[in-house]
Ligand binder design. Structure first.
Ligand code: RB5
Length: 142
């Protein structure tokens, strides 16, 4: 399962991503926000991360104005590895090497066309394990 979240700065982009996932027949949860009213992004980031740490979803996508605030908030949650990306190489490699479980996007940074490519790259890539597992474990302090 995929879980999506946004603040007002990422609302339009989340809408585009939901439509894209609908077209692909992919299921997702939506933790809000559900309109363009101003909302504090850490609230949404924490709600999305809880879906992952509770095991209801494996991967998440957070959209705010830059993607940065969401990534900062998400990375404070144990077990969450959030990557703010604006190029497809990084969106793919952060799954392959970092086992990132949250992609953060900036609705005021990337256009919808690029953002959907980033989503596809992130969702289709697999963690490679091996030497990368040891490094990910070091991030988690294990
Ligand atoms: C909201 O104006 C903006 O600060 C937020 O969407 C995000 O860009 C924060 O990192």
């Amino acid at each position: 399962m995929i879980v999506l979240g946004c603040d007002h700065g990422g609302f339009e982009l989340k809408q585009a991503i939901m439509k894209h996932l609908d077209e692909q027949g992919k299921e997702y949860l939506d933790v809000g926000s559900y309109n363009t009213d101003s909302i504090d992004y850490p609230v949404i980031a924490k709600a999305l991360c809880k879906k992952i740490t509770d095991g209801e979803a494996e991967l998440g996508i957070l959209c705010c104005g830059t993607g940065i605030g969401m990534s900062m908030a998400a990375n404070k949650v144990k077990g969450i590895r959030a990557a703010c990306c604006s190029d497809t190489f990084s969106a793919r490699l952060t799954r392959n090497h970092n086992n990132a479980n949250v992609l953060c996007l900036g609705g005021r940074v990337v256009g919808a066309g690029l953002a959907l490519d980033l989503v596809d790259a992130f969702l289709s890539a697999e963690f490679e394990g091996g030497r990368h597992q040891r490094r990910v474990d070091m991030i988690e302090g294990e």
